[in-house]
Design a protein around this ligand. Sequence first.
Ligand SMILES: [Zn+2]
Ligand SMILES: [Zn+2]
Length: 164
Amino acid sequence: MSWSNEQTHQIIEQFWRDGTASCPEDNGPLKLRLHKLYGGDYDLLAECLYCGKSKGLRRADDPRRSQFRRWTPREMEHLGQLARENEHADCPVCGANVERLEALTTEPGRVVVRCLRCGNSNQWGQIHLLTAANLLRTPGATRARKSCRVTRVQNRRSKSETVS
Ligand SMILES: [Zn+2]
Ligand SMILES: [Zn+2]
């Protein structure tokens, strides 16, 4: 058994707001493990210590997913500025805490900032611009590429064998 979609949304919302979350079913403390995946996605494993329900959560499960958009160049600039000044910054798109990643850049005076919740980064932003430029050169390509992502529900059924 796992949580309903609505309960899952509650957990995600709570996690990004407070850094912790409790089980929507019994208010038990959730064990949360966040894995940052290569390429900017994440995997958040939530497990209730009371009822034992657990679920792996992704950005695709986020209740605010439909509101996610790219940072504008202006927002990117502003966030970069705050990072250089060591200031705390919240993401203008989803409200989560924006991370500073100094290790990722070798250029002096440049900081990479990213928001793990909605997947924005000034680093990936540049990559995004490059691909957008490529698409412009081939008219029709943008239209043909339908951005419809199918979330596959993984229904892994494990048969437990009972020894009689
Ligand atoms: Zn629970
Ligand atoms: Zn964000």
